[in-house]
Write a protein that binds this ligand. Structure first.
Ligand code: GLN
Length: 538
């Protein structure tokens, strides 16, 4: 039977609960255990797919085509867990399914209530993930902060879980903040005492407290936390601010957090280190030999979380190339109004990410033209590929006003357009081309030299596609269509000849990169950036 860990958060949001959960997963894997991770999101939306990036940050897509919370990205990057649509549970999904059951008459005339109907539905979803994944340990991150009205049913379900499954099979971890007050030169434990107090009112006594802090916790502070929060001293874990998130599993391991968890569950597993993680990941991030500067030309650049997986993928490729990747965030709307030379001339490479809507598009197209003409390494992702097609059609093939029908429905040259089946779609939620699709790669292409195989699978999230009516013309003018989804003959990868590195893809490679397994497209991109950087500094 699986063992279950519920992780709640206290005091403030943005403490890095997702990274803490992912790191716990990693250290448990080091003990030979298999893990899976899931996220409870207390909002009423069914999924984050229809939310604005300012509301939610990146939407992470799983192989099975679910639009999920970006924390699932951390889970997949840190561990071997492969998440599916079952790994992200929202209040919207829970209520949707309870109401559908009620309408079907499944509850046989009962009054439908938060306890037990909503809480049962939540618990069933956790059990389902345990069953489908077959993992030894299921780690459940409870979104929000203790004290929120919205997360109460999830916490209540977590409380009941220990009752249902047995004390030793369930563990509660609370992530909290120990603020440092400069004027008093002191770390303060009071907010954590309150937050644990609130949890206890709900009926949950945490077994482990993970304390985010900017200063190390002294033995006295740990004792105080232990006494007031009713937690064993060794289970008060310090989570000191770190230069890289990939340091966190090491910090946890150094405080034998894995051992504390394993012994709570009475599991017998051999001690083992984190393997290569420290040498081949953390040391490389902290002391790289080289440096490149990548321009990320996007719309949501002020938002830390909007391009989360892209930023991480760039770091991974940097690890592989022993290179610090500095990201120069360029607002595509600023670029619309200015000379690209001013904003882009010193960069080692240019990346145009995905997005929706016309705002800023002409700036992205300008950046792509600049990369193409000046032979600056370029990587286009999803909308980035669509913009590359528009740019090439307009400026190389002479198709003035070529566009995507997303931006100009009546454009004379719809080089990017909707497939017939998409034209019939009315609902916005969950109706794009979503999840993993196979792609066949042309031999003797840049894509083949990067992937070194002919069959790949990558994750998608878009509605519009390359319009095959224009394929011949663009090919004739030098565009290479090096990746195709064979079943529907859809263009997945484009590249340019006579350019050091110009590649753009209809899918999202950033969802499959890991620190110890960087994605080939990002790896090649940073290598090309480095080569340009070296040339520039000669
Ligand atoms: N807006 C484009 C589409 O729907 C691209 C989407 C994206 O970049 N994820 O096809």
């Amino acid at each position: 039977m699986a063992k279950f860990i519920f992780v709640s958060g206290g005091v403030i949001s943005s403490l890095g609960k997702g990274i803490a959960c992912a790191s716990i997963g990693r250290i448990l894997e080091s003990r030979g255990l298999s893990v899976t991770l899931m996220k409870f999101d207390p909002y009423i939306n069914v999924d984050p797919g229809t939310m604005n990036p300012y509301q939610h940050g990146e939407v992470y897509v799983t192989d099975d085509g679910a639009e999920t919370d970006l924390d699932l990205g951390h889970y997949e990057r840190f561990t071997h867990a492969r998440t599916t649509r079952f790994n992200n549970v929202t209040s919207g999904q829970v209520y949707n399914s309870v109401i559908a059951k009620e309408r079907r008459g499944d509850y046989l005339g009962k009054t439908i209530q938060v306890i037990p109907h909503i809480t049962n539905e939540i618990k069933d979803r956790v059990k389902k993930v345990a069953e489908v994944s077959g993992a030894d340990i299921v780690i459940v991150e409870i979104g929000g902060t203790v004290g929120d009205i919205e997360s109460l049913p999830f916490l209540e379900a977590a409380r009941q879980f220990r009752l249902d499954m047995g004390f030793d099979n369930v563990l509660y971890i609370h992530l909290t903040l120990i603020p440092y007050v400069k004027s008093a030169d002191e770390l303060k434990t009071k907010p954590s005492q309150h937050s644990v107090g609130t949890l206890r009112e709900i009926g949950i006594q945490p077994d482990i407290l993970i304390c985010r802090t900017e200063k190390p916790l002294s033995s006295e502070i740990k004792e105080k936390i232990s006494l007031f929060c009713n937690i064993k001293k060794e289970a008060v874990i310090q989570a000191l601010d770190a230069t890289t998130i990939y340091q966190i599993p090491i910090d946890f391991k150094n405080q034998i957090l894995d051992e504390i968890i394993v012994s709570h569950f009475h599991l017998i597993c051999k001690y083992s280190e984190l393997g290569d993680w420290e040498k081949s990941v953390v040391e490389k991030v902290l002391s790289p030999k080289n440096k490149v500067s990548i321009a990320l030309v996007g719309k949501y650049i002020t938002l830390q979380d909007a391009y989360k997986s892209i930023y991480e993928s760039l770091i991974h490729a940097g690890i592989y190339n022993d290179t610090k990747v500095e990201i120069n965030r360029v607002d595509c709307e600023d670029l619309e109004k200015s000379n690209p030379h001013k904003l882009l001339k010193d960069v080692s490479a240019i990346l145009v990410p995905g997005g929706f809507g016309y705002r800023g598009i002409e700036g992205k197209i300008k950046a792509i033209k600049f990369a193409r003409e000046n032979k600056i390494p370029f990587l286009g992702l999803c909308l980035g590929m669509q913009c590359s097609v528009i740019e090439f059609s307009r400026n190389v093939c002479g198709l003035t006003n070529a566009n995507s029908t997303e931006f100009r429905p009546k454009t004379k040259h719809p080089v990017i357009s909707l497939l017939e089946e998409q034209k019939k779609v009315k609902d916005l939620g969950g109706t794009m081309r979503l999840g993993a699709y196979p792609c066949r790669i042309k031999k003797k292409s840049l894509a083949f030299s990067l992937y070194r195989k002919e069959q790949i699978s990558e994750r998608h999230r878009h509605r519009y596609e390359f319009n095959n009516k224009y394929r011949k013309l663009l090919e004739h003018k030098g565009m290479v269509f090096s990746g195709i989804y064979p079943k529907a003959n859809l263009v997945e990868i484009i590249e340019l000849k006579d350019h050091p590195y110009f590649i753009a893809v209809q899918f999202h490679p950033e969802f499959k990169s890991k620190p110890d397994q960087p994605h080939p497209l990002f790896r090649g991109f940073i290598k090309a950036a480095l080569e340009r950087q070296n040339k520039l500094s000669l």
